[in-house]
Design a protein around this ligand. Structure first.
Ligand SMILES: NC(=O)c1ccc[n+]([C@@H]2O[C@H](COP(=O)([O-])OP(=O)(O)OC[C@H]3O[C@@H](n4cnc5c(N)ncnc54)[C@H](OP(=O)(O)O)[C@@H]3O)[C@@H](O)[C@H]2O)c1
Length: 322
């Protein structure tokens, strides 16, 4: 963390944890803005797309399963437009094909797709641990592949959807894919979400002069398909599965519409124009907290460290180029 991070004023907005994505964009006109949302076929991604299209944006929903045709139909009554394009972030060939097919400027990328707590160490074709591959390296290849298109927008934004889980785990440059150390599903998820924050810091450091900003968003706790890798016992231990097998959100859990609001704020609200390299939750810039943290709130110094961000950039660049 640099001195600037310690002393600069925190960004605050009139919104809070219960604000919905649509409420964040009330009165905002996104007509003509071209925005890519990864993983837009479920959960927070769908609500992110809905709010952006609702404000007039042209949204490309980048998804690995074409079944989202329903989504396009669902959005057709809204002022903007949605189209679907294939993208599997765990497959560099797929990412390269998406980038090669893209024409023209991109006003924003919302790097929302993700997987959490994969039970055993799974490797992609590149030999990468699945969560790091999907949550960070695939998005790194996508966003850096679209660098010229982002620059062409004149004023573009990148939103990296992170998680409070980043507080658990700095990035381990010696063994990022758990080749030597024992695999732990939460460590792998936490590390991948630290990488997403560091990527925002890296973009802020490298691309600010080109009119491209990037920030990280922690959506909070929301019951979605993200919990698919957790068994019933774990879900019960978390208090979100009742004896009858029904999912029951705890009091502090958000709806998907609320969970998507911070992503939408960072992607399109004029309130954060020009803000870059920061971590937001509940629609506010988060406070830096010491780790280990008592709760999954705030942002860890290890995720804002510009030296780690630069090191991760070089590591990621070499990884996706190999
Ligand atoms: N829900 C929470 O409590 C919570 C908390 C903190 C952070 N987050 C973050 O919020 C983001 C959205 O999560 P969510 O809760 O909305 O979960 P979700 O409903 O499971 O959505 C995740 C999306 O990512 C897509 N995806 C997964 N692997 C992919 C790949 N290889 N290529 C392309 N797309 C892929 C999924 O596609 P398929 O449908 O094809 O699998 C799905 O549409 C994630 O980054 C997550 O880590 C969520």
């Amino acid at each position: 963390m640099d001195d600037n991070t310690k002393t600069r004023a925190r960004v605050v907005t009139p919104f809070g944890p219960r604000t919905t994505a649509a409420e964040v964009l009330a009165g905002v006109d996104l007509t003509g803005r071209r925005i890519i949302v990864t993983g837009g076929a479920s959960g927070l991604g769908t609500e992110t797309v809905r709010a952006l299209v609702g404000a007039g944006a042209e949204v490309t929903v980048a998804i690995r399963r074409p079944a989202a045709a329903d989504l396009v139909e669902e959005m057709s009554a809204l002022p903007g437009s949605a189209r679907v394009a294939p993208l599997d972030l765990s497959d560099l060939t797929s990412v390269a094909a998406f980038v090669a097919d893209w024409r023209g400027a991109v006003d924003a990328v919302v790097a929302n797709a993700g997987i959490m707590a994969v039970a055993t160490r799974e490797l992609t074709a590149q030999g990468w641990e699945a969560q790091l591959a999907t949550n960070h390296l695939g998005h790194f290849a996508l966003v850096t592949g679209l660098h010229d298109n982002l620059r062409a927008a004149g004023s573009a934004r990148v939103v990296l959807v992170s998680s409070g889980a980043h507080l658990r785990e700095p990035f381990d440059f010696t063994d990022p894919h758990f080749g030597e150390r024992p695999y732990d599903r939460w460590s792998a998820y936490g590390q991948s979400k630290t990488a997403t924050v560091l990527f925002a810091v890296g973009i802020a450091n490298r691309w600010a002069d080109e009119g491209i900003v990037a920030n990280a968003a922690n959506p909070g706790y929301i019951l979605t398909n993200l919990q698919r890798h957790l068994d019933d016992e774990t879900m019960r231990a978390f208090g979100v599965l009742d004896e009858a097998g029904n999912r029951v959100p705890l009091d502090y859990y958000k709806t998907p519409e609320q969970g998507a609001s911070t992503s939408v704020l960072l992607a399109a609200s004029p309130l954060v124009e020009g803000v870059t390299g920061r971590y937001f939750e509940d629609n506010q810039e988060a406070e830096v907290v010491p780790v280990p943290a008592e709760a999954e709130a705030g942002v860890a110094p290890h995720a804002l460290d510009p030296a780690a961000a630069e090191r991760l950039w070089v590591y990621s660049q070499q990884a996706v180029a190999a």
